[in-house]
Ligand binder design. Structure first.
Ligand code: GLA
Length: 384
């Protein structure tokens, strides 16, 4: 939808012109999966699809939340706090509004209209996108000067405490702080970060949506989170570690017998090796060794499949196909897994052919088609 079409929709719904427009992207994670909540380093980037938000203040002290993508709406009296009701989409912006009120900021009544062009629940962080979009809008409209990093921290808190999902900081940080054509190397323990040029030369970053439905909160995400906590607790008996990612592969090999549980051992091994792969991927990018970067993507997928067990037949089918395609140099699932999306680095000139062959290959094995598109790396949340 164009900005003009969105403005018309706002006018129709609220009989008022929108005063402000904001956009916040979704993200893909290039490498470093399931390690943000283990104090590791991750390498996400913002994409060009995301959430649009149109806002006008109102004088009747009501917060009105509507979304073009969903029929449910909310109209709530302005009050000093809110709590989650049901599982509707508007709990995400409501959680952010609540958090900003808890910080002591004053808001006025507002009419808000959201529109997203990210596939919902496909693992491209539609929820982080709507949270950070809301927070960015409130910060700018009410002059709150909340920094990008603080916005990410605030939105993560909403996800953890208001929504009830134990996610790490990666998604909220990526969509708040993304930069065009850059990968973000984020230390999830210290929140130190740097931008790395994502020079992929004559390749494109392909996103493949498996179209397998999944719901993060229903998934095994919180179970993995808890398993990592249990593995760390055991390892702490013999190692001075705050997080699993403080432990090197060599240290782990020496200490792992203390875990005494094969499943927990596999989970920890994934986390610790994945963290090392992120450092190796940084070197590969800096040295222009794109095929090395691609190999690390394949290795990451393998580990997520075998050790962390968060992939699935659909994502594995995409990666299997990618391995056999000569102009694809790397592929892996991205995000939480259990369905959702995979990413692949494919030669530009072969991208159409890659998609044309992958679609029937996948359909033949899975029973329905995936969606394949080439993605741009874009900027983070902003006023438009
Ligand atoms: C989801 C979470 C993130 C991160 C990834 C897995 O996207 O929201 O915090 O844990 O899964 O890397």
């Amino acid at each position: 939808m164009t900005k003009e079409a969105l403005a018309r929709e706002f006018q129709t719904r609220y009989q008022q012109e929108p005063e402000y427009f904001f956009f916040c992207p979704g993200r893909v994670n290039l490498i470093g999966e399931h390690i943000d909540y283990n104090g590791g380093k991750v390498m996400p980037c913002a994409i060009s699809l995301g959430t649009y938000l149109l806002v006008s203040k109102n004088t009747d002290k009501k917060i009105r939340l509507q979304c073009i993508n969903f029929p449910e709406t909310a109209a709530l009296q302005l009050q000093s706090s809110y709590s989650k009701t049901g599982s509707e989409w508007f709990n995400y912006p409501l959680g952010v509004i609540n958090e900003i009120l808890q910080l002591g900021h004053e808001l006025s009544g507002m009419n808000m209209l959201f529109y997203g062009n990210l596939p919902i629940g496909a693992g491209l962080s539609s929820s982080a996108s709507i949270e950070v979009c809301t927070g960015t809008a409130l910060s700018q409209i009410f002059g709150l000067s909340i920094s990008g990093t603080d916005m990410a921290v605030l939105s993560k808190k909403v996800e953890n405490e208001f929504i009830g999902m134990n996610c790490g900081i990666m998604d909220q940080f990526a969509v708040a702080m993304g930069k065009k054509d850059k990968a973000i190397l984020l230390d999830c323990d210290t929140l130190d970060y740097e931008y790395l040029s994502f020079n992929i030369g004559d390749h494109v970053l392909a996103i493949i949506n498996s179209n397998k439905e999944r719901k993060l909160t229903d998934s095994k995400y919180n179970e993995r989170f808890a398993e990592c906590g249990r593995a760390l607790k055991k390892l702490k008996q013999v190692l001075p570690a705050e997080n699993l990612c403080d432990i090197s592969v060599a240290e782990f090999e020496k200490a792992k017998s203390i875990i005494n549980d094969p499943v927990l051992e596999k989970r920890a091994l994934h986390v610790i090796t994945e963290n090392e792969r992120v450092s190796q991927s940084k070197e590969a990018l800096i040295n222009g060794e794109l095929s090395r970067f691609g190999e690390l993507m394949y290795a990451s997928h393998q580990s997520l499949k075998e050790l962390y067990e968060v992939s699935g037949a659909e994502l594995d089918t995409i990666v299997e196909f990618s391995k056999t395609y000569k102009d694809c140099i790397g592929a892996r699932m991205t995000g939480a897994g259990f369905g959702g999306c995979a990413i692949a680095l494919v030669k530009k000139d072969s991208f159409d052919d890659f998609a044309a062959r992958l679609i029937p290959y996948y359909k033949g094995r899975v029973g329905y088609e995936p969606e394949v598109f080439a993605s741009e790396i874009g900027d983070g949340a902003r006023k438009i």
